[in-house]
Design a protein around this ligand. Structure first.
Ligand code: URP
Ligand code: ZN
Ligand code: ZN
Ligand code: ZN
Length: 479
């Protein structure tokens, strides 16, 4: 069914203008003034911004971790994402040494199939670069369209890979046109510091932060960047938290390296003191890398503004406070790492970023959507409002006021890290490929309608084929 979105202000990473958007078959087929099309449903967006749907490049849905499983799965997690203006997620597919990659990918398909209400794709974790992996990976990249590979430099004895594995992954990625993602912290030294703290009877949540100092994030970031230079490859550093890491990324980029960085709302808004909340409440704020001293927030905002960091991910990895986070009562190292953020990423960035003058409206669209589409092989199908792009659209009321709370959020978890935060601006309606998933702040989607996205290889831009359409005497003959 055709739709025309009228009276809104269209905002992309580069432009702001008034116009109508004609959608047919899930695709934006025309943008213009006073558009008409027979049988089209008219959607009035007066007073609203029309943004491209958010792309969350970093989620952990239904993931086993820390002796438990993340609370939000592909159904609850993507419903919450949609409420928050996100129309695509890229989730991390875990693998383990010695097991076929294809089996891991199939496990992730099974988790998401029939559940996701928005479009989705996977990054693939690389635990080792064995002969089997060398044989299998090119096939997975080609057949599954999984063009980003994740290496953990921390979580010793769980996910951590050694430098040789990282380097071999970078070489493979160069050859295959993939982007290597790293969790950059020095896992060996952290492991030592945790053991020492526990020996000294330091068991409270704050020691999570104190045993993972920023210098160890900076060191790992710099090491990964150096190995990227040696391999002439490309690197994306996930969840950057601190000045030490930003400096290393900036230095690499100044050399002209293909090194990119992501931060998350929690690092822009919350600080290390949250880990000291009484009654074990600090456990709610246990992420790795940890929340940092407050002054780092300005460094992160600056880095987003000046382009040294390109994206914002939620790192959605939700655990209930009661029954999951409390696995770490008596030992901070057993607190499951991560928090709920998929729903609030978009609006908090708008409210705290755009409204407070820290980033421009275009920068907002870029970091919340467009840059991820480009880096992860989805542009221009996703990440913009253009003729031929998927009609993934957020109709956003910039004046709506809301107080964030676990009482009203849609994530399947018993707390919200931003509880009580008053924000301005929120999605009213959200469309995925031209269909409403959220309409007038109500969920109207259906589990299983989200499509798996095969992504292009790194830096491989393609023009979209587009059907010829004649509307109102004008004809689009493609891009
Ligand atoms: O604490 C975090 N970040 N949990 C999720 C796993 C990861 O390291 O991204
Ligand atoms: Zn597939
Ligand atoms: Zn991580
Ligand atoms: Zn993560």
């Amino acid at each position: 069914m055709k739709k025309i979105i009228k009276n809104g202000t269209i905002v992309t990473a580069t432009d702001t203008y008034f116009g109508d958007i004609l959608i047919d078959d899930g695709i934006i087929v025309m943008i213009g003034v006073d558009l008409e099309a027979e049988g089209a449903e008219i959607v009035d967006a007066a007073g609203c911004y029309i943004f491209p749907g958010g792309i969350d490049p970093h989620t952990h849905l239904d993931m086993p971790f820390g002796g438990t499983v993340t609370k939000d799965d592909f159904e609850s997690g993507t419903i919450a994402a949609a409420f928050g203006g996100t129309t695509t997620v890229i989730d991390f597919c875990l693998t383990s040494k010695g097991a076929p990659l294809a089996k891991a990918v199939e496990t992730w398909h099974a988790k998401s199939r029939g559940k996701s209400v928005i479009d989705y794709s996977f990054h693939l974790m690389i635990a080792e670069v064995s002969d089997d992996v060398l044989f299998e990976l090119p096939q997975i990249i080609e057949e599954e369209g999984i063009t980003s590979l994740k290496v953990f430099m921390a979580y010793k004895n769980v996910f951590q890979a050694d430098d040789g594995t990282l380097f071999k992954t970078l070489l493979l990625a160069k050859e295959q046109g993939a982007l290597v993602m790293v969790h950059a912290e020095n896992g060996d030294v952290i492991d030592f510091l945790i053991a020492k703290a526990l020996e000294e009877g330091k068991i409270e949540p704050i020691y999570h932060a104190l045993t993972r100092p920023p210098v160890l994030e900076g060191e790992a970031t710099g090491r990964a960047a150096d190995l990227t230079e040696l391999a002439d490859s490309q690197l994306y550093v996930v969840h950057v938290t601190c000045a030490e890491a930003v400096w290393k990324i900036t230095e690499a980029r100044k050399k002209g390296l293909r090194v990119y960085g992501e931060t998350c709302p929690q690092y822009l808004m919350l600080d290390q003191s949250y880990l000291e909340k009484p009654n074990f409440e600090g456990a709610k704020y246990v992420w790795s890398p940890p929340l940092r001293e407050k002054w780092n927030q300005d460094v992160l905002w600056d880095a987003l503004r000046n382009g040294q960091l390109q994206t914002i991910g939620s790192d959605q990895c939700s655990f209930d406070f009661k029954g999951q986070k409390d696995l770490g009562l008596g030992d901070f190292s057993k607190i499951p790492n991560g928090g709920p953020m998929i729903e609030d990423r978009f609006s908090v960035l708008y409210s705290e970023g755009v409204r407070k003058g820290r980033i421009s409206l275009h920068k907002f669209v870029d970091i919340v959507s467009t840059a991820s589409a480009k880096l992860f092989g989805l542009f221009p199908q996703k990440g913009t409002i253009a003729i031929g792009s998927d009609a993934d659209i957020v109709i956003f009321d910039p004046t709506a006021e809301r107080t964030i709370s676990a009482e009203t959020h849609h994530m399947n978890v018993d707390y919200n890290a931003f509880e009580g935060l008053e924000i301005t601006g929120e999605p009213v309606s959200v469309l995925v490929r031209g269909e409403f998933v959220i309409r007038n702040k109500q969920f109207v989607g259906k589990p299983g309608t989200g499509q798996y996205l095969h992504r292009k290889r790194f830096n491989q831009m393609e023009k979209l084929p587009i059907k010829e359409k004649t509307i109102g005497g004008y004809t689009n003959v493609g891009l």
